[in-house]
Design a protein around this ligand. Structure first.
Ligand code: AMP
Ligand code: ZN
Length: 511
């Protein structure tokens, strides 16, 4: 009988440490309720296809959730959909600016013309938001984001939570944190909240001096402090509007997340809140002021985690430079979504990630290697043994992630072990079932073993799985000419086709 790995690593969830933007240091992670984690992720604004930078933030949130699940926590993840017709400047500050909707509507019209979007009225803001929400969910599923399958219950849409936002604004007015200014604008008075500035460092004094660079707006005159931000804007001409005690209008961007996080989690304090680094100020600073102002609690989220920006070939992504990619563009170029996922995951979330063709090719080899080992074991009829974090290899992987999500360390350890698996020594110390079990367990976090056909294939345009099973039928009927023709068809479409005793599988080539 083969000797097993000695269990040398005892994984303890107590050892998890995350960098907290709020405390500016790496702290031990201690959830409010033992064994449970509540997490809120700022989600997409659905007036365009999300780009790979956006997806760095979302894949990070998914990886964090999957790691916590591996560590034994029950995670409740909530990610919002920002579908209120917000304006460009709204993203940056608090109110005025150009409507993004017209741009989105023109994109939708183009998509309708090409037959991609099936909508009756591309000028209807609800149809625009719905189209880009569905596109986001498709991209998210392709990248293996678990939250996409919980869309109905855990992805609140801002337009469906205006009542909760109004209730929160009323509370803020009643408790002296907000005031009604000229023209039905309701502002949060930053001077009412002593902790304002704690997250971002943009304290009131700095804001008064114009720090943050984005505090001036057309309503400046009616504000009590230049840092005060909009909670409600009465504007009956706005493209999306709702009745409110302050006149027909729309909510500010920041109040959406405070209201939805509280409502969907059913809690005033949550464990983790995430977003990209640009969310720190003003969005998350304002969320803290609103949520704590309304709840009377000293905290809104205990841990604030932010991903640094993604660069492309060392430069900021920009349409004019031609280095701007959406996930669907890359998939259309024939890149396996699992390779995109791995590429977005593999560098540390607190360093700028540089998205390069070379990096993608390296990620493709990594994914290929993992799948190759798994495919070979499966082809040999090996069944995965159940393993958990007490297994030394899984434990080492989890321990690296427990250290503020050190993914490069985790993956480095995994590949070092994989390199040793083939050596005579290692062969004697582990069973094939154990190796398969380890890879499958680790993949509950990496999420790259199961190939998806990518965005759009579900429409039935090209069904690789069906063709693969037709190959098996043809082979069973000894119709090898048909089997060969189908195999060629799949190869021409960019698939690797493999027939084993389990049957035929077709996988999109990686890059
Ligand atoms: P938005 O749809 O603009 O609200 O952005 C969605 C998320 O993507 C937010 O958490 C942003 O902070 C994040 N984000 C935007 N651009 C990038 C980028 N280049 N790299 C990483 N995250 C980004
Ligand atoms: Zn948010």
């Amino acid at each position: 009988m083969r000797q097993r790995f000695p269990i040398t690593v005892k994984f303890q969830v107590m050892d998890i440490r995350f960098y907290n933007t709020l405390t500016h240091q790496v702290d031990p992670f201690i959830p409010i309720e033992p064994g449970q984690v509540t997490m809120y992720n700022c989600g997409p604004t659905v007036y365009d296809y999300a780009h790979i930078g956006n997806f760095r933030a979302f894949v990070f949130a998914d990886m964090l959730r999957r790691f916590l699940e591996l560590a034994g926590f029950n995670v409740t993840q909530v990610m919002n959909i920002t579908d209120v017709g917000h304006m460009t400047e709204d993203q940056l500050a608090d109110g005025g600016g150009q409507d993004k909707m017209q741009l989105a509507a023109s994109k939708l019209k183009a998509a309708k013309k090409q037959g991609v979007a099936k909508v009756d009225n591309p000028d209807d803001p609800y149809q625009v938001a719905d189209y880009f929400t569905q596109a986001f969910l498709e991209d998210s599923r392709a990248l293996g984001l678990k939250i996409a399958d919980e869309h109905d219950t855990h992805m609140p849409h801002a337009t469906a939570h205006v009542t909760q936002m109004i209730a929160m604004i009323e509370k803020l007015i009643a408790s002296g944190h907000a005031y009604v200014a000229d023209g039905g604008a309701v502002y949060y008075g930053v001077e009412s909240f002593a902790d304002y500035g704690k997250l971002s460092g943009n304290t009131l004094d700095k804001l008064r001096g114009g720090a943050g660079g984005r505090v001036a707006d057309e309503h400046q005159a009616s504000k009590r402090h230049p840092g005060d931000f909009l909670l409600w804007k009465a504007d009956s001409s706005h493209i999306m509007k709702w009745p409110s005690p302050w006149g027909e209008g729309y909510p500010g961007w920041h109040i959406e997340c405070s209201a939805m996080a509280t409502h969907v989690h059913g809690k005033q304090i949550i464990d983790i809140h995430t977003g990209g680094e640009d969310n720190i100020f003003p969005h998350h600073e304002c969320e803290i002021a609103q949520s704590c102002g309304a709840s009377g609690q000293s905290h809104f989220a205990n841990v604030w985690m932010h991903t640094r920006f993604l660069l492309v070939e060392g430069e900021k992504m920009s349409k004019s430079k031609g280095n701007f990619f959406t996930v669907r563009q890359l998939i259309d170029d024939g890149i396996d979504p699992a390779v995109i996922r791995f590429e977005l995951l593999k560098s540390h979330y607190r360093s700028n990630m540089n998205f390069t063709r070379k990096g993608l090719a390296d990620s493709a080899s990594a994914v290929q290697k993992l799948r190759g080992v798994v495919d070979a074991l499966v082809a040999d009829g090996v069944e995965a043994e159940p393993v958990d974090v007490t297994h030394p290899v899984v434990g080492a992987f989890a321990n690296a992630l427990a250290d503020d999500l050190n993914m490069s360390g985790a993956v480095g350890g995994l590949f070092k072990w994989l390199g040793e698996v083939g050596t005579a020594d290692a062969k004697s110390s582990q069973t094939p079932g154990e190796i398969l079990g380890v890879l499958r367990k680790i993949d509950t976090v990496l999420g790259v073993l199961n190939a998806t056909d990518g965005v759009g294939d579900s429409d039935g345009a090209f069904n690789a799985e069906a063709l693969a099973s037709q190959i098996d039928q043809a082979r069973a009927a000894k119709d090898f000419a048909t089997a060969d023709r189908l195999r060629q068809e799949l190869t021409d479409a960019g698939y690797d086709v493999m027939t084993t005793k389990e049957g035929t599988t077709a996988r999109k080539k990686l890059v």
